[in-house]
Write a protein that binds this ligand. Structure first.
Ligand SMILES: [Zn+2]
Length: 300
């Protein structure tokens, strides 16, 4: 298979009611495109390239000027500081390129014309043998999207490999702003509460078998996030299991399963995880009367 297909991964998850959303949004976007015929902008398959902002660890490419103090650049720096510190990652091996489109339409045009086999999503991390690239656009959810996708980029820039569940679990974890309490995700907690009500039987074994991101459900994202939260915050032993595993990922492309390490270090891991998620669910802010919202609308 093409190298890209072996390596590309992570994208924003779809809400459970995605098909309806997508159908509606496709219709809206077509209408919007029609209204834009008088704009001077012409869409192309070019990536943003007029301006760059380079650091030792990442380069932002944009067609808009990138000014010191740009909140999105600050967001990238903040995520990197936090992620590297908390996960004790080794020195970054590769640069991460962040292509920040000026608007959603330009982004979508590029993605659809360049990565034709990727499901349409609001932001992407695409890792190839040529470069590690994050694609996103300036908009309401830019900071949230960049925190998620840039986390993927940083992990792949530092480690030899990253199992899918862990990749997504960590990206979901760091997607939550560090100012949010303990990286708690109300949508994920609601998803887990619903899962509990459905007789959910959490299983890291099952998650570790999944290798195609297109098969991940919203519940899988929530459970992956919960495993990361459990490992990082439940006990020092749990955190050490994760940190040791990340060190293994830095040195080999065949790391084995984390579950084996967890069983050895914490024999009561299954019950502990269930109790921990119950505590998280109980600690969640009172749920609103509205049904669980997707984390954000997704673009087609
Ligand atoms: Zn992702």
């Amino acid at each position: 298979m093409h190298a890209l297909h072996q390596q590309y991964r992570q994208q924003r998850p779809l809400p459970a009611h995605a098909p309806l959303c997508l159908a509606l949004m496709i219709a809206v976007s077509l209408l919007s495109s029609g209204c834009r015929t008088t704009r001077s902008q012409t869409f192309s398959s070019e990536r943003p390239q007029s301006h760059t902002w380079a650091t030792d660890h990442f380069i932002v490419h944009s067609d808009d000027p990138l000014l010191p103090g740009d909140p999105l650049i600050q967001t990238l720096q903040e995520v990197r500081n936090q992620l590297v510190s908390l996960l004790q990652l080794p020195d970054q091996r590769d640069l991460v390129h962040v292509y920040l489109f000026s608007d959603e339409a330009s982004y979508r045009w590029y993605m659809q014309s360049t990565w034709r086999d990727l499901p349409p999503r609001r932001a992407y991390f695409v890792g190839t043998t040529r470069e590690l690239a994050v694609y996103s656009f300036r908009g309401q959810h830019a900071a949230e999207d960049l925190r998620h996708e840039f986390s993927h980029g940083l992990l792949h820039a530092s480690l030899q490999t990253v199992p899918l569940w862990l990749d997504e679990g960590l990206a979901e974890y760091f997607e939550i702003s560090s100012s949010a309490e303990s990286h708690l995700s109300p949508p994920h907690l609601q998803e887990l509460a619903d899962a509990r009500a459905d007789g959910w039987n959490p299983g890291l074994y099952r998650l570790e078998q999944i290798t195609d991101f297109r098969t991940l459900s919203q519940r899988d994202y929530a459970e992956s996030w919960a495993w990361v939260h459990f490992l990082l915050h439940s006990t020092p032993a749990g955190r050490q299991v994760l940190l040791d595993y990340l060190q293994t990922l830095a040195s080999t492309r065949t790391p084995g399963k984390l579950l084996n390490k967890l069983e050895a270090a914490i024999p009561s891991w299954a019950l502990d995880f269930e109790n921990y998620t119950d505590q998280l669910i109980a600690s969640a802010p009172p749920s609103s009367t509205e049904p669980t919202a997707p984390q954000s609308p997704r673009i087609p």
